[in-house]
Design a protein. Sequence first.
Length: 159
Amino acid sequence: MVTRPLPLILLLTSPLAAQVPGHWRLASEPDLPTRIERAAASVRPEARERARVELRRNNPVPRSLTIAHGDGYISIAFDGSRPQRMPESGLAVPWTREDGQKYMISARFKGRTLVHTLMGEDGMRETLYRVEKGRLIQRVTVKAMVLAKPFTYTVAYRP
């Protein structure tokens, strides 16, 4: 019986595809209302309420998410909504949210991390997904023209 070693590239890429995709349920979330108030406090007074409203509207914490990867695409669905489907190459594609808001979205794997970017006319949101100790960790960074500095938070999901 002759055994052949698996190619190294197969060993390096298989865990990537097997870890992040799947169905995930909320395990823990930050105190977003307090974080939003802190971020809004650093905004000019005349733009403060707009910053609060936009941060609340654009940063809901989904109770569940489903990530799929195959056929050259990555898709992400939040709370069973219509999935965002993007080429795995990272090429940005147009996407319209349920409320009619238009964005350019992209997704790509960078090592063992899925990088999901949403670009709008007022700013951008980058979300990093990575499995750590059996949990999917979602790290969000929002950069908006109205904000003095990036707005960041972390959410954890379990299988």
